[in-house]
Write a protein that binds this ligand. Structure first.
Ligand SMILES: C[S@@+](CC[C@H](N)C(=O)[O-])C[C@H]1O[C@@H](n2cnc3c(N)ncnc32)[C@H](O)[C@@H]1O
Length: 247
């Protein structure tokens, strides 16, 4: 069994690097810095994304997370940077924000963990202002994961995420939930193939992470490691993003 000591703050900040360009593009596109906006991140985790936004823009920041420990880290994280944000320990499905309160709502790797997607989108719709923006920044679909040679990573991740209560194939399902109440301004697949010839260091780092979250019987790290070292490894993981506006 792998050791499960993970620094989630570091992990989330690593994940954010993969979609930095998309965020820069969207922040400009929605004029995030203009005027006074109330911005909510649902599932803010350790606060890495709020930190990024707080450093760039003077806006009213809010974050909610169901995990109390992560939220404590988020509070310390933002305080250390001198960033003001109202952070609440709450299950978003039972939030008590006022109707039409936010100009912008942001999520990143959230929906795979949400048990009731319809209710979640209904709540987002309720608390967004007219014409408000919903940015779904990264939502994965592990069912579309391709790995070659096969170290059983896909099966291991699917099995373990399902066991933890997540829907690893949420990426392909989201549009069914937002199509009625939100206008799609733009949609994206931000993934590029990771090949050992180009991404050797990142891939070797990922072995470490996967070994921590997966059991040995679910993942053969030796196959992955030796293929990477021989420059014969390929990995592709679809991650989708949406820029939506309340209808
Ligand atoms: C994969 S983490 C991503 C954290 C952060 N968005 C980021 O990208 O750095 C997903 C977060 O959503 C939170 N979460 C899951 N279900 C939630 C719910 N119903 N209400 C609020 N937060 C939730 C989890 O506790 C977790 O911190």
């Amino acid at each position: 069994m792998g050791i499960t000591i993970i620094n989630w703050s570091d992990r989330f900040s690593e994940q954010l690097k993969w979609t930095k360009e998309l965020r820069e593009y969207l922040y400009k596109k929605i004029s995030l810095g203009l005027g006074k906006k109330k911005i909510l991140e649902i599932g803010c985790g350790t606060g890495e994304l709020l930190k990024e936004i707080g450093k760039k823009f003077k806006q009213e920041l809010y974050g909610v997370d169901i995990d109390e420990e992560r939220l404590k880290t988020a509070k310390a994280n933002l305080k250390q940077q001198g960033i003001k944000a109202e952070l609440k320990h709450v299950d978003f499905l039972n939030n008590n924000f006022n109707d039409q309160f936010f100009e912008v709502i942001i999520t990143n790797y959230l929906f795979l963990w949400i048990k009731n997607l319809k209710k979640c989108f209904d709540e987002i719709y309720r608390i967004l202002k007219e014409d408000g923006v919903l940015l779904i920044l990264s939502e994965p679909d592990y069912g579309g994961f391709i790995e070659y040679p096969d170290s059983n990573l896909k099966e291991g991740l699917l099995f373990n995420l399902k066991k933890a209560g997540a829907d690893p194939e949420v990426g392909r399902k989201l549009n069914q939930y937002f199509s009625q109440n939100f206008k799609v301004e733009e949609c994206f697949c931000t993934s590029i193939p990771w090949i050992s010839n180009v991404n050797k260091e990142e891939l070797l780092k990922e072995i470490d992470f996967f070994s921590k979250i997966l059991h040995d019987q679910d993942f053969n790290s030796k196959i992955m490691e030796s293929s990477i070292k021989k420059n014969k490894y390929f990995l592709f993981m679809p991650v989708f993003s949406y820029y939506l506006r309340k209808k």
